[in-house]
Write a protein that binds this ligand. Structure first.
Ligand SMILES: [Zn+2]
Ligand SMILES: [Zn+2]
Ligand SMILES: [Zn+2]
Ligand SMILES: [Zn+2]
Ligand SMILES: [Zn+2]
Ligand SMILES: [Zn+2]
Length: 200
């Protein structure tokens, strides 16, 4: 009595009163034959996903999704590929300030943590020994200008005589640095300080 339409696509047998059928994805299955293609859990009556024409249970669907490198949760909406990982747009954030880096320039530190550029400089740029601010490249420049002296770094503008304010430079004649106890001094002021010290 059964016509073609009453054949279960799962097992190829008839749908009968004993073995009722259900309709899913425009096909007919025995209730018992309508199973998750991955874990074979029976799907009748529960929610399922149609993945490549194969019924898939909620669990297997979630597991088939790509996982966010940061929060380890599946990504079902927009994802972002960066630094060899896959992220929720909201999970790809600066390691320091937690700002989303979607569409924003970023850099990696040696441990592969991502930082927005300002945070990266704040954390890793050498600090000026005078003003203790990070020494970062000027806008549009790649390399930062700095003076290295006495095992310390200085902004070019901060590398000057503490007494008279003269810009110091090892490259300019008469502008060399003559430090006393880590104080930056020009040759003249160095001489003055020594004279004061020896007269007391
Ligand atoms: Zn069947
Ligand atoms: Zn499953
Ligand atoms: Zn995430
Ligand atoms: Zn940041
Ligand atoms: Zn400085
Ligand atoms: Zn001076």
């Amino acid at each position: 009595m059964a016509d073609q339409e009453d054949i279960c696509v799962g097992c190829g047998k008839e749908i009968t009163a004993d073995q009722p059928g259900c309709n899913a994805m425009n096909q007919i299955f025995h209730v018992d034959c309508f199973k998750c293609a991955k874990c074979t859990k029976t799907l009748a009556g529960s929610s399922f996903y149609n993945i490549d024409e194969k019924p898939t249970c909620e669990n297997c669907y979630q597991e088939s999704l790509e996982k966010c490198t940061a929060c380890k949760r599946p990504i079902s909406d927009k994802l972002l590929r960066a630094c060899g990982g896959i992220y929720h747009v909201n999970c790809f954030v600066c390691f320091s300030c937690k700002k989303s880096l979607d569409g924003i320039p970023f850099t990696l530190d040696s441990e592969n943590n991502v930082h927005c550029v300002p945070c990266f400089h704040d954390k890793f740029a050498p600090r000026c020994a005078v003003c203790s601010k990070p020494i970062i490249p000027d806008e549009g420049e790649k390399e930062s200008l700095r003076v290295v002296a006495m095992d310390k770094s200085f902004h070019v503008d901060c590398y000057k005589c503490e007494d008279c304010g003269m810009q110091l430079s090892s490259k300019l004649d008469g502008h060399g640095c003559y430090p006393i106890d880590q104080h930056l001094l020009c040759k003249t002021c160095n001489g003055n300080r020594l004279r004061v010290a020896s007269s007391t």
